[in-house]
Design a protein around this ligand. Structure first.
Ligand SMILES: [Zn+2]
Length: 135
C-alpha cells in the first residue's frame, strides 16, 4: 500500500503538469479551475502531513503511558509508600509517591528529609510535595 502522502504528492505532480500543459489554452474558466485544484491539493497535502505528525505524537504518548502503566503495576506497597520489588539496573528502587501514582499515573521518587523534620515526615514528593513517614 502506498503512503497517503506519497499518493498525494503524485496527484500534486499531475496537477502541476496539467497546469503547465494548459498554459496556452485561452479558456479562463478551465485555467481557474486547474489553479483552484492545484491549491486545494497543496492544502490537502499540508493537512495530511500535520495529521500524520499528530498521529505519530499521540502514538508515542500512548506507548509511554502504557509503559508507565506496566511499571506502576510492578510496584508494591510497603511502609505506606511504593517500591520496586526487585532492583532494576539504572532505576531507583524507591520509595515512590503513592499520591502521584494514583492521581497522575506517574512514578515519582521521594526525597529524604533532614532528620530534624522527622515529626512532619521522613520523605517528601518532589512533584506534589506530599510528606510521608517511611519507617
Ligand atoms: Zn507526589
Amino acid at each position: 500500500m502506498t503512503e497517503p502522502l506519497s499518493g498525494l504528492a503524485t496527484v500534486l505532480e499531475i496537477v502541476t503538469k496539467l497546469r503547465s500543459a494548459t498554459k496556452n489554452i485561452r479558456d479562463a474558466e478551465l485555467k481557474g479551475l486547474i489553479a483552484d485544484l492545484h491549491l486545494a491539493v497543496a492544502d490537502l497535502k499540508l493537512e495530511l502531513a500535520e495529521s500524520r505528525d499528530e498521529s505519530r505524537m499521540l502514538r508515542d504518548q500512548l506507548r509511554a503511558s502504557q509503559e508507565m502503566g506496566r511499571q506502576l503495576e510492578g510496584l508494591e506497597m510497603r511502609q505506606g509508600v511504593l517500591w520496586r520489588p526487585e532492583p532494576t539496573p539504572g532505576q531507583s528502587a524507591g520509595p515512590f509517591c503513592t499520591r502521584c501514582a494514583e492521581t497522575e499515573k506517574k512514578i515519582v521518587p521521594l526525597m529524604e528529609m533532614p532528620s530534624v523534620m522527622d515529626i512532619l515526615g521522613t520523605h517528601k514528593c518532589g512533584d506534589c510535595e506530599q510528606l510521608f513517614k517511611v519507617k
